[in-house]
Design a protein around this ligand. Structure first.
Ligand code: F6R
Length: 361
């Protein structure tokens, strides 16, 4: 049942304020400015012993894991990174007892992720699952974890589950941080930020008509470039994946800092750039990248916290705490991909060559 929407993708994008409300519900502890995650099976002593976090997933879940790794490193000061599960599994990785492994999957059935979990467990590692589908194979195989409570996701491409997974990682990072060195003040600040998310998401969704107009301008493009820095880079990767999956427009994502090391050669009027430009400590750097692109007559769409002069269009999103900004900046770009694909007459819920869950190698 699409509940009055033309596609499941549109329905699922539109459900995100409620979905984020669900992932937060019952987990916030104001007394200690932390969050409770009952299913982790990881006590405080064990949590303090973690020396490294390795996050594994595929596709969109891998991108959510990249943001998760940044959140964990920033809030809990534990070195963390994300890697595609399939790459990890085939490179005979060093499996270390002081590393916490986290497997991320919407379906909980993706074979490459499941196989990585099984291999890790065989070697005695501790593996958590960050999973949407309750009782799925990865959820059962993991030592513990958290459900992301996005609700059923029917469209082949993931939207609301991506957002909820990133919020789930923010909760995990806050939890680990408050067991270690994150201050009460920072805990409070982030909890207040998390509570603001549903209303801010609703506000972004209200700008859909404006995003649709922009999408219709870009619908004919042969190729598009997505750039961001640090927190903005996984957002760029995910937005680029979403666009290519449903519109079949070729898209690339690069860290903005890498532009001058090669991809700047591609910039010309026919290759539009989508730039993630948050109001954070990297704002000036990001603006410099816009100037470089403008100097080559490249068209620019900025996703930012205020209007960007160098951009042809700016989608302004509400500001939250810096660490949580990527959660909101991804949402208008889901709508951008959606309306671009719609304008091109694509079969949005069932893109060619793709399946919702990849249970084979
Ligand atoms: C992208 C997409 C895929 C999945 C990937 C992992 O929109 O849907 O890239 O994210 O196949 O699937 P899960 O999360 O079910 O393990």
């Amino acid at each position: 049942d699409m509940g009055g929407h033309d596609t499941y993708m549109h329905k699922e994008i539109s459900e995100q304020a409620d979905a984020v409300d669900r992932v937060l519900r019952g987990r916030i502890d104001d007394r200690f400015s932390t969050v409770h995650l009952g299913g982790l099976n990881l006590d405080a002593r064990e949590a303090r012993g973690i020396r490294r976090v390795k996050i594994l997933g595929c596709g969109t879940s891998y991108h959510a894991g990249m943001i998760g790794a940044q959140l964990i490193e920033e809030l809990a000061r534990i070195p963390a990174d994300a890697e595609p599960a399939s790459e990890f599994r085939y490179r005979n990785p060093v499996v270390d007892p002081d590393t916490l492994y986290v497997a991320v999957s919407q379906s909980g059935e993706t074979y490459d992720v499941l196989a990585a979990v099984q291999e890790l467990k065989r070697k005695g590692a501790r593996v958590l699952g960050v999973v949407n589908v309750v009782g799925s194979a990865i959820a059962r195989e993991a030592d513990g974890g958290m459900y992301v409570h996005a609700g059923p996701e029917v469209c082949v491409v993931s939207t609301k589950c991506f957002t909820n997974t990133v919020v789930a990682f923010a909760l995990l990072a806050l939890h680990l941080g408050r067991i270690r060195d994150l201050s009460v003040a920072d805990g409070k600040r982030l909890i207040a930020g998390l509570r603001k998310l549903p209303a801010q998401i609703a506000a972004i969704l209200e700008t859909e008509d404006e995003i649709k107009k922009i999408a219709e301008e870009y619908a004919g493009a042969q190729s598009m470039m997505f750039i961001g820095r640090v927190r903005g880079y996984p957002v760029a990767l995910e937005a680029s994946l979403k666009l290519k999956e449903i519109s079949y427009i070729h898209a690339e994502a690069y860290p903005a800092s890498e532009l001058k090391h090669g991809p700047l050669a591609l910039i010309e009027p026919a290759l539009p750039t989508v730039a993630i430009v948050p109001d954070d400590d990297l704002l000036d750097k990001n603006r410099a990248a816009l100037e470089e692109i403008k100097a080559r007559s490249g068209r620019i769409l900025a996703v930012a916290h205020r209007e960007q002069e160098k951009a042809d269009h700016t989608i302004v999103v509400p500001k939250n705490e810096t660490e949580l900004d990527p959660i909101l900046m991804g949402i208008p770009l889901q709508l951008l991909a959606y309306h671009t694909a719609l304008a091109m007459g694509r079969d949005i819920d069932k893109p060619r060559n793709l399946a919702k869950s990849v249970t084979v190698e």
